[in-house]
Design a protein around this ligand. Sequence first.
Ligand code: ZN
Length: 392
Amino acid sequence: MARTEDGDGSAPPGTFDVVRLVEDLLAGAVAHRASDVHFEPTADGLLVRYRLDGTLQTVEQLPRALAENVISRLKVLGGLLTYRVDIPQEGRIDRRPDAPGRVLDQRLAVFPTLHGQRAVVRIFYDDPELSRLDRLGLPAAILDDLRGCAAGHQGVLLLTGPAGSGKSTTLAALLRHVRDRFPGKSIVALEDPIERHIEGVTQVQIPPHGAMTFPVALRSLLRQDPEVLMIGEIRDAETARIAVEAGLTGHLLLSTLHSGACAGALLRLLEMGVEPYQVTSAVRAVVNQRLVRRLCEQCKRPAGDGRFEAPGCDECFGTGFRGRTLVAEMVRLDGEIRRAILAKADLDTLAAILSARGHMSLRQAGRRLVADGITTGEELDRVCGCDEQEVD
Ligand SMILES: [Zn+2]
């Protein structure tokens, strides 16, 4: 789609309707369910890209003459100081109440760069699909296990995976599940930052450099008798220790830990100084997950030899993918795994135990999705490729 400064005829002659252009770009992003819109100044103009299912896709290359006006318009929408072009600024862009697309919030961030100001609009959707545990695409066996853990009165349930693997979406869905299934339970979530509002859950924002750190908030909260606690992420030894103590003393604790594998997450707790007997008595299960893009239902077709392909269409912006689903593996801590951890087993030993008992690894779960034509082998490699050596 090439744009010229003559516009599309709706603006007075000689002026380009920037207001309309920006509105169209943002509406287009929502229509395609982009999570972000990037406005990137380059030497020759302004590159507009949508982040679709985790991947940036160029949608416009605007001429240099328009760049400043587009950014200015965004700043007006976001309530920012248009005359300050030398400092980073952040704001919110309101949407008309009648605009389609179930958007909760649009956050704007503007930053000065070599070629001019760069702007990113982050779009937050009210997605009823993703708010339900049974709609995340988890395999039935894992779903059952997760529900079992969520019904428990104490213990730690950990989610693991790299950044962008959908851990916070699963956590939020778990909290909603507990809230709906066990009304009357006191549920508190500590987050940095709060990503989405969850009705019926007391959410606490932990500022990055404030006096109220995760350990401080957690210690204080435990005296307020919560039954279910969520910690956005266990990042340090002290939080890890308090979280495990909480899980041992009558609280159900849900959290995430940055790691590439279920066994890796357990070992990280040990590295953070949690005693092996505490890990084995507190942790009930670990879920390791990734997000893979789904083949576009609109242009998907059999490619012979049982595989599927999607050449791309208008619906999927020519990418062949539309929407994402979870690939996941889950390890419940049973006798054998507990004994191995108490015996200070390493990652390879734990992986060997899992594999010997027929545990479905992340990659095996992914291969099922490929066989079912939900995603492709290439997509699986892109998302899980580098974890293979670590897991198997
Ligand atoms: Zn398509």
